[in-house]
Design a protein around this ligand. Structure first.
Ligand SMILES: Cc1ncc(COP(=O)(O)O)c(C=O)c1O
Length: 476
């Protein structure tokens, strides 16, 4: 048989005989400095693709609240819109129209008294939405103080110590004193009574969380509103509420329609949610709505003329992808109320069953049972001394499950928990596989005479809930 002769003395024929991509990779890749020259796109793609194999599997990431599964049609639409900049509203008027339709749908879902008067916008996520909600509270408070000729230099914001880190950032970045209601005993979120006790004439608002990051519980928004109404009557202090419904504002309307937490309560001025959590869109999109245009001071809204037309904008970012907003509209159109209800009910069913079965294993005790946001936290019983929740998290990670372990904030810093977030795409079958793995690792952990890992060893993957000392500025 004749041997193939290399033509042109080059690599051409060798390339035909073996997959050439790997032999084309440079021996050493400059990782932190811009390479001097170009590289073939297939080779560059393969290198980046291969490196990312070291990431965890998104669907097994039970730490995140953020969507990890979407329908192919939603992904196709996102692909088609990948070049659209959300800010170019004059150039992409239909994308802007879809954003406004989503705002209207959410206003109705959250019972705005007059949905046509509700104002709102999309954001990059709940964090940006929280900044905008907080800024509106601060500006309204300043206007009220200015109108009465009172000092407006010491604003404060009242919230539970369980708030997600975005609220700590808001307070820090925008110079508002954060006033935290601590946890107490088995109460792992804000108490209305303690929150009202922290309010004074400098309080710009109270944040209530629907679906606490720490354990998935709903804070008692209606009771908080009632107590603030009472405070108003007694003292004249009129303190509005912002509801951080990052998760819960897309769960409660479908599964707990009787629960009053939204614009049905006149004291609720604004609400945020993450479209990319239980709104079921891939990251990143969030939403923030005000009950009416009085709740959003005009002087926060900028008019931009250089986009063609005069476009009002209230946002921290200028440019931002439009694809997620389109996908949000697709989901609303595709699922409708009943579709969302079924998806969220499935998540709740899986969360509550998994919580029950984990509690039945023996060593664990539930803090929550997944019956509000489909999220639950559980701890080890006091008589388990040979291993820690951090050991359990590490053991599950050996099989690819990402289940965060973290400690609680004051006054429950003694408490270390594991937390599971059930999302669309985490099926009963996957829940069974997780349970099997948990059963498999427990006998090994039970042979330990003391814990191998503690809070300091945990990787920070509890999505803004993990907190050794949560009130330290710029915590890392
Ligand atoms: C209650 C709450 N608020 C805000 C956020 C921040 O949301 P995002 O990640 O969309 O910025 C989270 C994230 O987990 C959350 O749980």
């Amino acid at each position: 048989m004749a041997l193939k002769q290399p033509r042109h003395g080059g690599r051409g024929d060798r390339d035909l005989e073996a997959n050439p991509v790997f032999s084309r990779e440079p021996v050493r890749v400059p990782r932190y400095a811009l390479p001097a020259g170009e590289m073939d796109p297939d080779t560059a793609y393969q290198m980046v693709h291969d490196e990312l194999m070291l990431d965890g599997t998104a669907r097994l990431n039970l730490a995140t609240f953020v969507t990890t599964w979407a329908e192919p049609q939603a992904l196709r639409l996102m692909d088609e819109c990948v070049a659209k900049n959300m800010i170019d509203k004059d150039e992409y008027p239909q994308t802007a129209e879809l954003e406004m339709r989503c705002v209207q749908m959410l206003a109705r879902l959250w019972h705005a008294p007059d949905a046509r008067r509700a104002v709102g916008c999309s954001t990059t996520g709940s964090s940006e939405a929280a900044m905008l909600g907080g800024l509106a509270l601060k500006r309204r408070w300043r206007h009220r103080r200015d109108a009465r000729g009172r000092r407006a230099d010491r604003p404060n914001l009242v919230m539970g110590v369980n708030v997600q880190i975005c609220w700590e950032k808001f307070a820090d970045y925008f110079e508002v004193e954060p006033r935290y209601v601590p946890m107490e005993g088995d109460r792992y979120h804000l108490s209305p009574e303690a929150a009202v006790a922290l309010c004074d004439e400098n309080t710009i608002g109270v944040v209530a969380v629907l679906g606490s990051t720490f354990d998935g519980s709903y804070e008692p928004v209606a009771e908080l509103a009632a107590r603030l109404d009472d405070l108003h009557e007694r003292t004249g202090l009129d303190v509005p509420v912002h509801v951080d419904g990052a998760s819960g504002a897309m769960i409660a309307p479908f599964l707990d329609p009787e629960l009053e937490w939204d614009f049905r309560l006149p004291r609720v001025a604004s609400i945020n949610t993450s479209g990319h959590k239980y709104g079921l869109v891939m990251p990143g999109v969030g939403w923030v709505l005000w009950r009416d245009d009085d709740a959003l001071p005009d002087d926060l809204v900028f008019d931009v003329s250089y986009l063609g037309g005069r476009i009002p904008t209230f946002a921290l970012n200028f440019s931002r992808p439009g694809a997620q907003v389109v996908a949000q509209y697709y989901n609303f159109l595709r699922l409708g109320f009943e579709g969302y209800r079924r998806v969220q009910q499935t998540c709740r069913d899986i969360a509550t069953r998994l919580a029950r079965e984990i509690a039945a294993l023996g060593p664990f005790e539930l803090l929550t049972d997944g019956g509000q946001a489909p999220v639950f936290a559980f701890r080890l019983r006091d008589d388990v001394t040979g291993y820690s929740v951090f050991d359990v998290s590490a053991a599950l990670r050996e099989r690819g499950w990402l289940v965060p372990a973290y400690t609680f904030p004051p006054n429950r810093t003694d408490l270390a928990v594991l937390r599971i977030v059930v999302r669309n795409g985490f099926s009963h079958d996957l829940a069974d596989l997780l349970l099997e793995d948990l059963r498999r690792v427990l006998p090994r952990l039970e042979r330990q005479d003391r814990p191998q890992r503690c809070a300091g060893d945990a990787t920070a993957f509890a999505h803004g809930a993990e907190s050794g000392d949560p009130r330290r500025h710029g915590r890392r």
